[in-house]
Structures are given as C-alpha cells and as structure tokens.
Unconditional design. Structure first.
Lengths: 247, 75
C-alpha cells in the first residue's frame, strides 16, 4: 500500500512535468466540453434528453445563486463563475471515484522501493488545484467588491485611519482574506484526499462488499463539498458588495 | 523511541485530539436542528439542507486534523 500526498508526474515535456491529476483534470474538461457540445447541438424550445438534464442543473444553480444574492443584476454577473466552480469541482470529485482511476498505473522505483504510480488521480485530490481555486475565489471577491462600491470605499475595509480600533480591525480583515485561501483549499483537498485514503485502506482490509457503503458516502461527500465551496464563494461575493459602514 | 514510532504516536494524537471539538459541534447542530424540526415540522424541508451544510463545515475542521495526521504518517 503506497499513499502519496502529492500528485506524481507521469509525463514530462522537457522541463514541464505533467502530473496524474493534471491528466485527470484535462479528461474532466474534455468530458464537460463534449457534454455541453452535445447538449446544445439541437436546441429545442421543449427540451428532451441531454438538453433537458443540463437545463435542470443550470436552473438549480440559478436558484441557488438567487437564494443568496437578492440583487438580480449582481447575481447574473457572478453566476458564470459560481456555476463553473460547482460543475468543475463536482465532476473532478466524482471522476476520482470512477473504477480504474487511481488503480491503473505503472511501477516505478522511488527511494529504493518499487511503488505503483496511478495514471489518473482526482484533480481535487491535489493541493495545487484546490489552492488555485481558493486564490481565484479570494481575488475575484476583491474584484467584485471594487467593481460594486469603488476602490476607496472598498479599501476602507482594510486600511482605515479613523481611529486605532478600526485600524486593527482592518488588519484583521486583511489577514482573514489570506487565511481564506488556506481554509478553502484544505477543506476541499482534505475531504477528497481523505476519501481516497479511506477507500484504499478499506479495500486492503476487506476487498468485497464492505467498501460499498463508503463508496456511496464518498459520492455524497463529493457533492456536498462542491456545494459547500460554491455556497461559501457565493456568501463571500455577496459580502464584498456591502459597504463597511452599513453594519 | 525511534522516529517511526514517534511519527505513529504523533499521527494518532493529531486525529484523536482534532476530532473532539468537531464531535461536540456536530452533536450541537444535530440536537438543535432536530429540536427545531420537532417544534415546527413544516419547516423541516428548509432546516435540513442547512443542517447538512453546517455539518459539512464542522466536519471540515476534523478533516484539517486528518490532513495533518496523514502528512505526518506518509511524508
């Protein structure tokens, strides 16, 4: 049993190493691209089949966005990003559970031991992917905040010389923005990676039937974590547009 | 003690101590949520999603401890 925290490189193009989670993320993107291509190929007013399923999903996501952000115009602005987060994370989480992902690979000698390097590994089970997602959320929070209430009024949240208490509150706000990257990325990475480790360990204890309920739990966790990430991003985006003197 | 067994103890301590607070947290969420559902059964559909969502938030704290434990064990 070999468990590696970091994703392993499987290909190298000169100085650039392609890791197994990058390959998995790429496959997810291709699957999503093909799905949207087929879903929108013959669009009808009364949808059937794949178009119907896709529209259902998009409508649910619009409902979720509107339930947190009541301003219709602002909701329309953040919706593409929010929907992308949800779909990308959900399919990446579930891709790691597809039989064969993480179990098909090749042997390689690392530090004198022969270990199996899987060819594919869930994209969100790599800390690099989740940190990238966390950074996108935090940066876009500032962008939406500045776009909504202006540089100076938004900046007053962080740098405020009106009195010493407000100054320290601003510093704490600034630190909490940065800590958010860590909490976003570790929550997602931890849940997905821990799920994989759990399934590997259970599979080595009892290979048949026993891991099945945990497998379904992992499907559920994958969905819940995608939802949690999206909800938190939505709440931060909606908080960014509030002026500081409002509360 | 050799480094390997120290590592095992550290991993166990990290996950054992790290799950105490989230356990209380989930217990509190569940008890309050069920109480609210019992008092107002019509609102059960509205309470349940936020119940699961807050459970996921609290669970995330336990997962931080789990990540630390796994890093100690495997790195």
């Amino acid at each position: 049993m070999h468990i590696s925290i970091a994703a392993n490189p499987v290909l190298s193009l000169g100085p650039v190493h392609i890791t197994n989670s990058m390959l998995a993320t790429l496959s997810v993107l291709i699957i999503l691209w093909l799905t949207s291509l087929f879903a929108t190929r013959k669009m009808e007013l009364v949808p059937t089949g794949l178009q119907n399923v896709t529209e259902l999903g998009i409508e649910k996501l619009i409902g979720l966005t509107n339930s947190v952000i009541h301003d219709k115009k602002y909701a329309e602005k953040v919706f593409p990003l929010i929907a992308t987060f949800f779909i990308f994370i959900l399919f990446n989480n579930w891709f790691g559970l597809v039989p064969g992902v993480g179990s098909i690979g090749f042997n390689e000698v690392i530090e004198g031991k022969e270990v199996m390097i899987p060819l594919l590994r869930a994209g969100t089970a790599d800390l690099n992917t989740t940190i990238a997602l966390g950074i996108i959320v935090v940066v876009m929070t500032q962008v939406f905040g500045i776009a909504a209430i202006g540089v100076f009024r938004y900046g007053k949240k962080f740098i405020n010389f009106s009195n010493p208490i407000n100054f320290f509150v601003g510093l704490i706000e600034l630190a909490s923005e940065l800590v958010r990257i860590i909490s976003f990325s570790f929550r997602l990475f931890g849940n997905v990676f821990a799920g994989e480790v759990l399934l590997i360990v259970l599979g080595s204890i009892a290979p048949y039937i026993i891991p099945l309920p945990f497998y379904f739990m992992e499907l559920f966790v994958g969905f819940i974590q995608a939802l949690v990430f999206t909800m938190l991003a939505l709440v931060f985006f909606s908080m960014a547009t509030m002026t500081h003197d409002a509360h | 003690m050799e480094a390997e067994s120290l590592k095992a103890f550290a991993a166990v301590a990290a996950i054992a101590l790290g799950t105490i607070a989230p356990a209380f947290g989930i217990a509190m969420i569940a008890s309050k949520g069920l109480e609210a559902m019992g008092r107002n059964p019509e609102a059960a559909d509205k309470i349940q999603p936020s119940l699961i969502l807050t459970c996921a938030f609290v669970e995330a704290i336990a997962v931080y401890a789990l990540v630390i434990a796994l890093i100690i064990k495997f790195v």
